[in-house]
Design a protein around this ligand. Structure first.
Ligand SMILES: [Zn+2]
Length: 520
């Protein structure tokens, strides 16, 4: 058995890709990654172990995976069928134009079609039918060609990707990779050990300068070798094929490729990337935050701090030889904050409010977004309360209060701010709001709630402490209540003002505003 340990991000993407290509050998059950055949594949904590027999049939799996990922063939085929359906004498010109555009840039098909001339819709119909026939009959040839085109952008011109290879690419792949990997018959370098795993002897004459150009900028050892002007990097055949699979570990969005890197375990690496892929398919607008939200809900509290502070997002493009790598990670304090507030955060998972344009905004997602951007402002609270006063927020007062308290904890923990406020101060202020609510009810003045709330909210919106105080004084005097002493703290500090102000408002709005209860 050969062991393949987690490594740099590109190598990790290779492991994810290798597993995806061999997806017949594993399964996910209750968030556990389980091998279906331990004789071929074992999934351990920070490595996988494979028997070389796993490479039996690898060529087909590898090509099929890349072919499906590229997807051009299927897209064209469907498009031609669509054009055929839309074609009539009236649409002839437009369909003809579309057809020519589809064929352009698809060299193999263009060559096979020959002259693409059509004088009328009947001739065009014959032509499109011919294109479909060619695609279907020569599928294998299109597969090999498309895979070559697709993978060249990831791996340069190594082996079957070389421009001089114009046919039998699968055969070449089989001869260069599958067969020698399966039978362990690659010639070994007598002097060098693989620089990547440091375990296996290097394959003789492994040449990195074309095939693995991306590695140069990213792998520390590889950089050292490059500095010595050594174009031949010693690597073993196993690590080589792992790197060769990295394309399958990435997730594409608008021509860019993403990878979620974790050095936690093979299992969490796989599951995180699968989840990212799912979230991306669900909502391509903001996949990162959606991913984090979902991920947070799934991981255990005890894992949160470690996992979140070790998570990295990588974005690469293939316009240049060297991919750009952006990493986006969560600092330790934020991760710790998330861990400590795991339960509070989870309790918000179903709460949402509605914007004037009717968009539904999930509070947890929005809150996490602000934390991750390091921009936790009070605009979110304003929007929630605004929506609540119009009876359009789906969050309980209790959970809303927990959110306000998280603002306090965040400001103290991550912001490092000494505020002279405690959780209990905010609960006390919440109770004061409730007192006022009760008093208004006693005096049959429930109709006043809306206008008081509106005035307070407005003062909070623009951060006007004086206006807020003014309303508080008047109202409390009018209904024979003592003005809450805690308000002095609001005068001292803007953060205190917002936190106390919103807590009060939350109590005042109470159940009277028909805020709906969470299902929690
Ligand atoms: Zn190796």
């Amino acid at each position: 058995m050969e062991k393949i340990y987690l490594g740099d991000w590109l190598y990790n993407a290779g492991i994810v890709g290798f597993l995806r290509i061999n997806n017949h050998l594993w399964d996910v059950k209750d968030t556990k990654l389980i091998s279906k055949d331990e004789n071929l594949l074992k999934i351990e904590d920070n490595y996988i172990e494979i028997d070389r027999k796993i490479f039996d049939g690898f060529t087909d799996r590898f090509f099929d995976y890349a072919f499906n990922l590229y997807g051009r063939y299927d897209r064209k085929l469907n498009r031609f069928k669509e054009l055929l359906e839309n074609l009539n004498d009236g649409t002839f010109k437009d369909v003809y134009k579309d057809f020519k555009e589809e064929v352009n840039g698809f060299t193999l098909l263009k060559n096979k079609l020959g002259d693409i001339k059509a004088e009328n819709s009947q001739e065009l119909k014959d032509l499109i039918e011919k294109a479909i026939r060619i695609l279907e009959q020569d599928k294998e040839e299109f597969l090999e060609s498309d895979v070559q085109i697709f993978l060249r952008s990831f791996n340069g011109q190594k082996s079957f990707l070389n421009k001089t290879i114009t046919k039998d690419r699968k055969k070449k792949f089989y001869e260069d990779f599958e067969e020698p990997l399966k039978t362990d018959s690659n010639q070994k370098d007598k002097k060098f050990t693989c620089v990547i795993c440091g375990e296996r002897p290097a394959k003789k004459d492994t040449n990195y300068d074309t095939g693995f150009s991306p590695v140069f900028g990213l792998n520390k050892d590889a950089v050292n070798f490059a500095w010595n002007f050594n174009t031949k990097l010693p690597s073993c055949d196993i690590c080589e094929i792992v790197y060769f699979c990295y394309f399958a570990g990435l997730t594409e969005l608008n021509g860019k490729y993403y990878f979620v890197n974790l050095d936690d375990s093979v299992e969490s690496l796989m599951l995180a990337n699968n989840l990212f892929k799912e979230e991306l398919e669900k909502s391509p607008e903001n996949p990162f935050i959606d991913f984090f939200t979902e991920y947070l809900l799934r991981i255990k509290k005890s894992q949160a701090k470690y996992t979140l502070s070790n998570i990295n997002f990588l974005e690469t493009e293939f316009k240049e030889t060297l991919p750009k790598v952006f990493s986006f990670n969560i600092d330790y304090k934020t991760a710790e904050f998330i861990e400590e507030n795991h339960e509070n955060l989870k309790s918000l998972s179903k709460s949402f409010f509605i914007l004037p344009d009717k968009t539904r905004v999930y509070i947890l997602t929005e809150f996490l977004n602000l934390i991750l951007k390091k921009d936790l402002n009070y605009g979110l609270l304003y929007k929630i309360f605004k929506s609540a006063t119009q009876d359009k927020a789906y969050v309980s007062n209790y959970n809303l209060q927990r959110l306000i308290i998280m603002y306090l904890l965040y400001k103290q923990k991550v912001g490092g701010k000494e505020m002279g406020l405690e959780e209990k101060s905010l609960w006390a202020m919440y109770m004061q709001g409730k007192n006022l609510l009760e008093r208004l009810k006693e005096r049959d003045a429930e109709n006043k709630i809306q206008s008081i709330a509106y005035k307070l909210l407005n003062a909070l919106k623009i951060g006007d402490v004086n206006q807020f105080m003014d309303v508080m004084m008047r109202v409390h005097m009018a209904y024979d209540l003592e003005v809450p002493g805690l308000l002095i703290k609001a005068l001292q500090d803007k953060d205190n003002f917002y936190l106390l102000g919103y807590s009060f408002l939350n109590g005042l709005l109470g159940k009277e505003n028909k805020l709906q209860e969470d299902n929690q």
